[in-house]
Design a binder for this molecule. Structure first.
Ligand code: GFB
Length: 319
């Protein structure tokens, strides 16, 4: 990929896509093609084909997706399956039709079976039942991986896939109904401190273990793979370190300086008990994470404050 190559970042307004744009710009890539979802609806096959025909990008980072936390995944199950299947199918097929030189597809660590051995090695894919709360999303992401693999097998397309662990950082979603745990806890502790509340409610038991990666680290890994990796095997991207939800909550509580108590809401799902990536394949490919969790949380908190994302949500009551 040359500095002048035409690069399409699909999903550039999202947390992952915007981080990929930042790293590309920082490294002097100037010829970026960006379209918001209102300009090109990636679920619309015709619109995607017209866009690829007109723009003919040489490289594609496929970071567009319908994403959300455990509750959003479990509530909008049809949207998570349909939108993500359509986006992956349309963009990957158009990339083949219009001779894209290389494409990187982004998946998720939820592609692995719920009870797979830990840490999760790439070859545990399709070795058992998925976690029910995010099965639709996982199936769409597995389809994306398989599209990249089969277009490589059948047509020789250089399409690669990266599977990031749970991500956080600038431009995250702070809506408490649809967000992931880390931005949700930043917001809950921030509001509780501001309002002098005695308690903050944590969903589930607090015992599930999760791995978190700062999104700018992921973007750097994506650029590294785009420049240096051409294999069929998809690649896990993570820190290789895990933390319980309870300890994550205590860490965020300390960073924000909230002095009250934690309570646990057992009516909310825990999801998969553990989801730790084996990142040895990525290390062999020459990349390791940089941002430690506490530093990353501080940067994410600062970004959210700056962008005014921590204001209380107004829920309109139905009359
Ligand atoms: O981040 P999260 O929503 O997604 O939840 P998953 C992780 C854990 O944090 C779960 C708990 O055990 C939640 O019950 N948790 C505690 C909370 N308090 C909260 C809270 O206030 N908000 C949220 N959201 N969680 C998603 C998948 O799973 O991870 C997606 O559904 C995707 O498909 C994504 O893979 C990365 O890690 O459980």
């Amino acid at each position: 990929m040359e500095k002048s190559s035409k690069i399409y970042v699909a999903g550039h307004n999202g947390m992952v896509g915007s981080a990929i744009v930042r790293i590309l710009q920082k490294n002097g890539y100037k010829n970026l093609v960006l379209r918001s979802s209102s300009e090109v609806d990636l679920r619309d096959q015709k619109a995607v084909q017209q866009f690829f025909e007109a723009e003919k990008p040489e490289f594609v980072f496929l970071a567009a997706a319908k994403v959300g936390g455990i509750l959003a995944n479990n509530t909008y199950r049809a949207n998570f399956l349909y939108d993500n299947l359509m986006i992956a199918s349309n963009v990957i097929h158009a990339a083949y039709q219009f001779d894209v030189e290389k494409l990187l597809f982004l998946g998720s660590s939820c592609i692995y079976p719920k009870l797979a051995p830990q840490p999760l090695k790439e070859d545990y894919l399709l070795s058992g039942e998925l976690e029910p709360t995010n099965e639709p999303y996982a199936i769409a992401k597995i389809a994306g991986i398989k599209l990249c693999e089969t277009y490589r097998d059948q047509y020789g397309a250089n399409f690669i896939s990266a599977m990031p662990t749970n991500l956080y950082g600038p431009n995250d979603n702070y809506n408490l109904q649809t967000s992931h745990v880390l931005p949700a806890l930043i917001k809950k502790f921030h509001l509780a401190k501001e309002k002098g509340l005695a308690e903050v409610e944590i969903w589930g038991s607090g015992s599930p273990l999760r791995e978190f990666l700062y999104v700018d680290d992921l973007a750097e890994a994506c650029l590294h793979l785009m420049l240096h990796y051409n294999g069929k095997q998809f690649v896990n991207v993570g820190s290789g370190k895990e933390i319980s939800i309870k300890d994550l909550a205590l860490t965020i509580k300390n960073i924000i300086g909230f002095e009250g108590e934690l309570t646990f809401d057992s009516s909310k799902p825990d999801g998969t008990p553990r989801k730790l990536m084996d990142v040895s394949f990525l290390k062999e490919a020459g990349w390791e994470y940089k941002t430690e969790l506490e530093d990353g949380i501080r940067m994410a908190y600062e970004d959210a404050l700056e962008k005014g994302k921590l204001a209380e949500e107004i829920h309109l009551k139905q009359s």
